[in-house]
Design a protein around this ligand. Structure first.
Ligand SMILES: Cc1cc2nc3c(=O)[nH]c(=O)nc-3n(C[C@H](O)[C@H](O)[C@H](O)COP(=O)(O)OP(=O)(O)OC[C@H]3O[C@@H](n4cnc5c(N)ncnc54)[C@H](O)[C@@H]3O)c2cc1C
Length: 465
């Protein structure tokens, strides 16, 4: 029986484990954390992150979230749901918690994994390895001079992903640098404690609201085939290309209309936070949804937002590039989180990325140059459960030799053309190393289903598709 190693017990690792276990493989899941769940693990319980997705979008196909859950479940509820998924499909027996994979070696036939099991090194061999280590797992805090002075004076500097409890903010002057979702969620968090917040950002990205004048919900506007037709796709048929060209001006008008509506809804002119980047410019890399009350709090002067960037730290806070100084006790950098696979050897890691640092994966799942490895959870992190499930089924068919891959050259060519397309559609793609594909989610899934010889079934709704 083939031995399959799965690295990571988040959403992707859990569904890959279920699918391979059910297909009769000998599965072992290695998880470096103390509990299952990945981003939603018990020990993380992100107090501040408001869920972008709804419970239906964030459910596995064969295991729905409980009816009693709210439309946007809390982190705690997602963890409970994932634990119940493990119980339902008897996955806990396959999961080795507190096991960190630190190195992998391919001997031409099998992969040897070196695993740190709470300070004891063990080695195990596998025929195939499925990497589910998370789409966004390596945080980067940018360097600014004089950090030591700021720290020596009692200042604190953290990445937004490290802000987990209200205690960290209590009675502090908090400065958030960056305009991604987590940072705006942190400064928007309604707390009974006293803390004053400032957000400093360089570019106000277009965000989308969950509700458009209270209705319709974002899920109907964003996560549907209809909304995806607004964006180009790298492998459009000739008819689709012609239709796109004909409707270009209508599409342009619709996107500008949505942006105007967003500005009106939140009074962005009044609070002087006008998005510089257009929806279509950012959508290909990942479009954030406004989930807190960031704009309302700005309107009520509870958050002070400044468009500038940090030049250096001072003893008491930061000096901005426009020459102004801000005082802060805690600086939260809401900056990039990238996908990296540090346990792969430098030789293989170099094959994984192009010279601009972007991942080179065929169908966002396999590298044509690395044998017997697949990546699940790297195709999109907009609605992870369905994306990871479909990717895991695709890998199962590949391992069972039920998918015929194109030649290595053809796969490299396909990767290259999809990266070029991403660059052409959005030059901002260079700022993102990840495989975000939020505006083409359904079409990517359809591509995978077609590879598997399956047809996607549309819902009866003309609008949602
Ligand atoms: C800041 C932030 C905010 C987000 N907000 C939302 C949101 O609001 N809504 C939403 O739908 N999605 C959100 N996401 C995306 C969310 O991460 C995905 O939806 C989902 O958690 C991805 O699941 P995964 O299993 O692929 O990865 P993860 O959940 O990241 O799980 C990966 C697992 O791999 C383990 N691992 C990594 N390396 C090793 C190793 N070497 N050895 C052993 N184990 C290892 C990790 O410990 C982790 O448990 C957010 C992500 C981030 C980073």
């Amino acid at each position: 029986m083939k031995r399959i190693a799965i690295i990571g017990a988040g959403i992707s690792g859990l569904c890959a484990a279920k699918i391979f276990l059910k297909a009769g493989f000998n599965v072992t899941v290695f998880e470096k954390a103390e509990s299952i769940g990945g981003f939603w693990a018990k020990e993380k319980l992100h107090t501040f992150i408001n869920h972008q997705a709804t419970k239906d979008e964030y459910s596995f196909s064969d295991f729905k979230m409980p009816l009693g859950y709210p439309e946007h479940p809390s982190g705690e509820q997602v963890y409970e749901y994932l634990l119940n998924y493990c119980r339902e499909f008897d996955l806990l027996k396959t999961i080795q918690l507190n096991h960190e994979v630190i190195e992998m070696d391919w001997n031409g036939r099998i992969w040897s994994l070196n695993i740190d099991r709470q300070d004891t090194l063990i080695t195990e061999s596998f025929h195939y390895v499925i990497i589910c280590s998370g789409a966004l797992n390596e945080t980067k805090i940018p360097f600014y001079p004089n950090l030591q002075n700021f720290l020596a004076n009692g200042g604190q500097v953290v990445h937004s992903s490290e802000v987990e409890s209200i205690e960290q903010l209590k009675n502090k002057r908090v400065l958030v640098s960056g305009f991604a979702k987590s940072g705006t969620d942190v400064v928007s968090y309604p707390s009974g404690y006293l803390y004053s917040e400032t957000s400093v950002y360089q570019n106000e990205e277009s965000k989308l609201s969950r509700f458009l004048a209270n209705n319709p919900h974002a899920k109907y506007r964003l996560y549907s085939r209809l909304s995806e037709t607004l964006f180009n796709f790298h492998s459009e048929t000739r008819i689709q290309k012609i239709a796109h060209a004909i409707y270009k001006s209508l599409i342009w008008l619709q996107l500008r209309g949505l942006e105007l509506f967003f500005k009106w809804q939140y009074g962005l002119r009044r609070i002087d936070i006008i998005p510089e980047r257009k929806t279509d410019e950012v959508s290909i890399n990942g479009l954030g949804v406004e989930t807190g009350n960031f704009y309302e709090k700005n309107g009520l002067y509870k958050i002070k937002s400044i468009q500038s960037s940090i030049k250096e730290y001072t003893n008491e806070g930061v000096l901005l590039t426009d020459g102004s100084k801000l005082k802060a006790d805690l600086i939260i950098h809401d900056t990039s989180i990238i996908q990296d696979v540090l346990f792969l050897s430098p030789m293989y890691r170099s094959k994984l990325r192009d010279k601009n640092g972007r991942l080179r994966l065929y169908r966002n799942i396999i590298s044509p140059e690395i044998p017997n490895i697949a990546f699940v959870g790297f195709n999109s992190n907009s609605f992870s459960p369905v994306n990871s499930e479909v990717a895991a089924y695709w890998v199962l068919r590949l391992v069972n030799e039920q998918i015929k891959l194109p030649s290595k050259e053809e796969m490299l060519e396909s990767i290259c053309s999809s990266l070029l397309w991403r660059m052409k559609e959005s030059p901002l793609a260079l700022e993102y190393s990840n495989t975000y594909i939020s505006s083409t989610n359904h079409r990517n899934l359809e591509e995978l289903l077609m590879d598997m010889g399956l047809r996607s079934k549309r819902t009866s709704s003309v609008i949602v598709g």
